[in-house]
Design a protein around this ligand. Structure first.
Ligand code: FAD
Length: 493
């Protein structure tokens, strides 16, 4: 059995695959196109501030969970590491009314019921379903795509408490879900966080990650998470090559025989793990015929499998004064503003001040994120070659959002500086992400979750990892995909 593994991509899936391969006795080298590891799980220092791009919440922060053990094995979580648990998923302020999706589910239930007794039945159903969904955790032991019947039945049994929620919300969009309520404020808090086609069950399950306390933020944020993974990878003897974009894959006799980097370097190995965007592998580098049928279905039905992306702006707060700002994520109505041809009348913002190591009092950050979809991506993509116009547009929106944040929180007036603006195209440039997608496929109403195998039929020594192996995506799926690929490589050969 060949003992050398080459991994393409040093995001969370690539570093995870690297660690699991080293633990299985392989020698491992990772090739990454950027000058730093982490991929989408990144953070940047700007003007003395830190912009944490990724972790709003990491699932798997409860010690008794299988996921925690995976993170522990990857060097991400440990007994000694501080973990921040924000008090709520997000809150909404509107006309002087504040509603919180508290981590404490009963506290949230009370707050919502007091405000909207007329929605008693639907609200109780929502909170009961959220409670029941606490049993759902992204799988990290065996990939669903590779499960046998017994494993699949076992998984179903472990989620039996969730059946009612699945029946109630599994086929509903956020729009349908919102329409179940009559109270104006209740509708607003549900309507303005995710897009209207987002499947309601995923929203309720995301809230359940908070109420079960599995969702939290490890100290050091995104960059801290990645640097701990890298330290583990290197301590086991792994080697990382930065600044090498893999541009060609040579296949002969059902084997990858070499891959070629942008520097012309020919790289040979016994096994290869693709831990980068799966669209670029199957549509740019190897024959589309190798596509897994589920992955093909999702790419060919983009209306049913949307990948989330966004326009983001990060502001630095130029004072150390206590400004009495909300904790974590908040949404609020605001004057209309346009982004990529669409008009918005809500603003979503998040205060970054919870981790003294990243955001000391003098260097607190606020980020606003406007959800974008494939159509918005087309707008940004069309603009990107005209650098001046593209930058002007990013700056215009940053300015519009700054004014709205300052109107909402007058104590911030004149105290915000723009640190960085990101469009969906940023993620394509940064990670080769198809249509700027930074979370995997999001099944829309009427479309089912799909799972993708890490084995590629017709190529014996190339395996697939990354968040794209499963709908929903995110860090736990990315990390688990690395393990799945190595498990499959070991048993396949
Ligand atoms: C703004 C934002 C917020 C997010 N919030 C959360 C959150 O709160 N919780 C959560 O769980 N997840 C969140 N995510 C998603 C999470 O970041 C991703 O799911 C995860 O990082 C994906 O990891 P990956 O390894 O699959 O892919 P990537 O991170 O895309 O890694 C792939 C790597 O491969 C490299 N690469 C690509 N092509 C090549 C090539 N040809 N040659 C060499 N290298 C190549 C890329 O540069 C990249 O480093 C967020 C993402 C973003 C952007």
């Amino acid at each position: 059995m060949g003992k050398k593994v080459v991994i393409i991509g040093a995001g969370v899936s690539g570093l995870s695959a690297g660690i699991y391969a080293l633990q299985a006795g392989y020698s491992v080298e990772i090739y990454e196109k950027n000058k730093m590891p982490g991929g989408e799980c990144a953070g940047w220092n700007r003007q003395g501030y830190h912009i944490d791009n990724c972790i709003h919440f990491l699932v798997g922060c409860n010690k008794d969970e299988q996921l925690y053990k995976m993170w522990e094995n990857l060097g991400v979580l440990s007994d000694s590491l501080e973990i921040y648990r924000e008090p709520y998923f997000y809150c909404m302020e509107m006309d002087g009314v504040t509603l919180h999706l508290w981590r404490n589910l009963e506290k949230a239930r009370k707050e919502f019921l007091e405000l909207a007794p007329e929605d008693n039945k639907e609200l109780n159903l929502f909170f009961d379903c959220a409670k029941s969904l606490e049993c759902i955790k992204p799988p990290c032991d065996v990939s669903i795509a590779h499960m046998n019947l017994i494993q699949f039945i076992k998984l179903g049994m472990s989620m039996k408490d969730a059946n009612k929620a699945i029946k109630e919300y599994g086929k509903q969009s956020m729009e349908d879900f919102t329409n179940r309520f009559t109270n104006h404020y209740i509708r607003a808090i549900f309507k303005n966080y995710f897009n209207s086609n987002f499947i309601a069950l995923s929203f309720v399950a995301s809230y359940a990650f908070y109420t079960s306390n599995t969702a939290a933020i490890p100290q050091g944020g995104s960059v801290g998470l990645v640097s701990r993974m890298l330290a583990k990878f290197e301590s086991l003897g792994g080697k990382l090559h930065l600044g090498v974009n893999i541009e060609k894959i040579n296949i002969a006799d059902k084997q990858v025989v070499s891959i070629i980097g942008n520097n012309g370097k020919v790289i040979n190995s016994d096994n290869y793990i693709w831990c980068a965007d799966s669209h670029s592998l199957f549509y740019d580098l190897i024959d589309e015929g190798y596509l897994d049928k589920n992955l093909r279905y999702m790419y060919e039905n983009p209306e049913g499998y949307v990948s989330n992306t966004g326009y983001q702006v990060a502001f630095g707060i130029v004072t150390e004064a206590d400004l009495n700002l909300p904790e974590g994520s908040i949404i609020f109505p605001c004057d209309e503003y346009d982004v990529a041809g669409e008009t918005h009348n809500f603003c979503g913002m998040r205060v970054y001040d919870y981790d003294e190591t990243l955001f000391p009092m003098g260097k607190r950050v606020i980020q606003c994120n406007v959800l974008q979809n494939a159509e918005n991506y087309a707008y940004w993509f069309g603009l990107k070659d005209n650098k001046e116009k593209y930058n002007q547009e990013k700056q215009r929106i940053a300015e519009e959002l700054r004014l709205r944040v300052e109107k909402k929180f007058p104590q911030l007036e004149g105290k915000l500086i723009v640190l960085g603006t990101y469009s969906p195209v940023t993620f394509t440039t940064w990670c080769n992400a198809h249509k700027g997608g930074y979370m995997s496929f999001n099944p829309q109403k009427g479309y089912k979750s799909k799972y993708v195998k890490s084995i590629i039929k017709g190529i014996n020594n190339l395996y697939l990892a990354s968040q794209w192996i499963q709908t929903g995506g995110g860090l736990p799926i990315a990390a688990a995909s690395g393990k799945f690929a190595i498990d499959n490589m070991k048993s396949h050969r």
